[in-house]
Design a protein around this ligand. Structure first.
Ligand SMILES: [Zn+2]
Length: 173
């Protein structure tokens, strides 16, 4: 849903605080499918300055890809500040410039989706990894997220510890 910017049009030069959610479609990034499980959040201010609508805001989003080694789903948090200016479309003189993708708005609504999508995709890691220790083997303990990995490593990394205890006990008898 486009953002209503009529408050900025009524009060040029005033920074208007806003909070807006943007649904992001799934993306094909270097052959990998990246989804956005919930709408991205954009929070900050917009201000009309001449024919430009200036955004100073922060983007928060969650991108989900597959671990490059074990293919388990991995979430990447996007959290970045940005500053962008939209130009009023009916004020752009002449033909559209094919070399420059201008951010434009008409009337009192702005669709933030293309901007938010490109900011989010630029922030994605080169490849998703579920954890630093991912060994690439499905169902391996190392292929879980780092939080759970740390808790379970000690038990799972030594599968022969229980056997060792049995052997020791047997020798003592
Ligand atoms: Zn993995």
């Amino acid at each position: 849903m486009p953002l209503d910017i009529s408050a900025a049009l009524r009060l040029p030069g005033t920074e208007v605080p806003f909070e807006h959610r943007v649904d992001l479609p799934e993306q094909d990034v270097l052959g990998e499918t990246v989804t956005f499980p919930e709408p991205a959040l954009v929070k900050g201010t917009f201000q009309l300055s001449g024919d430009a609508l200036i955004f100073k805001a922060r983007l928060e989003a969650r991108a989900r890809g597959a671990c490059a080694r074990c293919l388990e789903p991995v979430d990447h948090r996007v959290s970045l500040p940005f500053e962008e200016a939209y130009t009023r479309e009916d004020q752009v003189p002449g033909e559209p410039d094919p070399w420059e993708e201008r951010l434009t708005f008409t009337g009192n609504r702005v669709d933030l989706t293309p901007l938010v999508l490109s900011l989010a995709v630029l922030d994605l890691p080169l490849r998703f990894l579920c954890g630093k220790g991912c060994a690439g083997v499905p169902e391996s303990p190392a292929c879980r997220t780092e939080e759970t990995n740390n808790e379970e490593t000690s038990a799972d990394a030594r599968p022969f510890a229980a056997l060792q205890q049995l052997l020791t006990k047997h020798q003592e008898e």
